[in-house]
Design a protein around this ligand. Structure first.
Ligand code: NDP
Length: 289
């Protein structure tokens, strides 16, 4: 059976690579080596030195930004083999990825952008949505290997997956922040956030923020660290690039990026994205409960 490899065993990559290892011979590499060893013990993958991942027919990456992916390509350059498919699950930059795809073609490596949504829970459950950019035949060639996916959509040429992902996350940011503003006002008025959400979630104002994120993470005061605020702000920057590139009207998304930039400055990039609502709570002088 063909070998696959996974680089970047972070909050997303670790469980995603776990799904691969259950079905295919899977090589793993991670900058912090202990995580690769732990993955090998937990899932039966094989932790290898960096150049070892070039042996795989399908190479997966899930790194913070396209910069780390491009740096990895340079580090692997002498070892890359023609006919390899590179499936990049990073939420990356469309333009930088198009350049990377061209560069990799010099080695006969086919790059596909394949960012994911569904969070760490979706990664653990193997139900992620994958949005793919690249040539049709390459997408079909790697489709059987996407063991962590619940849904796979081929959205266009290289870069299109990243563009869709950035806009999706901009919508996540809008919905979360807007729900936070509304709930702070209602709580100040004496309505419990729980009751308000009971109504909203049976009404037209509902979103993933009101149905899942706020009940599970804010009302409980748990604020688990699953998706760093710094990464969401990165996605909002990519979304602005998509909008500006198309000269598309974007007053609300521009403002949204500004408030999350502010939250990042106040709370630090390592805070979870849902913690952005703590800023609203501070300004409003009340917790969302
Ligand atoms: P994490 O910070 O948890 O993991 C990042 C991974 O990248 C780690 O394996 C880290 O290695 C590795 N890494 C970081 N810098 C370098 C480098 N310079 N060279 C080599 N490896 C490096 O991030 P996530 O897993 O949360 O996110 C990964 C990608 O997935 C991002 O693009 C993010 O936007 C996206 N994403 C995240 C979601 C989430 O809910 N968390 C949901 C959907 C998409 P080390 O272990 O050594 O730090």
């Amino acid at each position: 059976m063909e070998k696959v490899a996974f680089v970047g065993l972070g909050a997303m990559g670790y469980p995603m690579a776990g799904h691969l290892a259950r079905r295919f011979p899977t090589l793993v590499w991670n900058r912090t080596w202990e995580k690769a060893k732990r993955h090998q013990e937990e899932f039966g993958s094989l932790a290898v030195p960096l150049e070892g991942v070039a042996e795989a027919q399908v190479l997966f990456t899930c790194l913070p930004t396209t910069k780390e992916v491009a740096a990895l390509a340079e580090a692997l350059w002498p070892h890359l083999r023609p006919g390899t498919y590179w499936v990049d699950a990073t939420s990356g930059d469309p333009g930088e990825s198009r350049l990377l795809a061209e560069r990799l073609l010099e080695k006969g490596v086919v790059y596909l952008d394949a960012p994911v949504s569904g969070g760490t829970l979706g990664a653990q459950r193997g139900t992620l949505t994958v949005m793919m950019g690249g040539p049709e035949e390459a997408v079909e060639r790697v489709r059987p290997y996407l063991a962590y996916a619940g849904k796979v959509v081929h959205v266009g040429p290289v870069g299109a997956g990243h563009a869709v992902k950035a806009i999706n996350n901009a919508l996540l940011a809008v919905n979360l922040w807007a729900a936070g503003e509304g709930l702070v006002a209602l709580v100040r008025q004496g309505v419990s956030a729980e009751k308000a959400l009971e109504v909203i979630n049976a009404s037209s104002g509902r979103s993933n923020a009101t149905e899942n994120l706020i009940p599970d993470r804010v009302l409980t005061r748990a604020f688990p660290k699953t998706f760093a605020l710094g990464l969401l702000v990165k996605d909002l920057g990519i979304a602005m690039g998509v909008l500006d590139g198309e000269k598309a009207p974007s007053p609300l998304l521009r403002l949204t990026r500004e408030v999350y930039e502010m939250a990042k400055r106040e709370l630090g990039p390592e805070a979870d994205h849902v913690e952005a609502l703590k800023l609203l709570e501070r300004w409003g002088g009340t917790e969302i409960r």
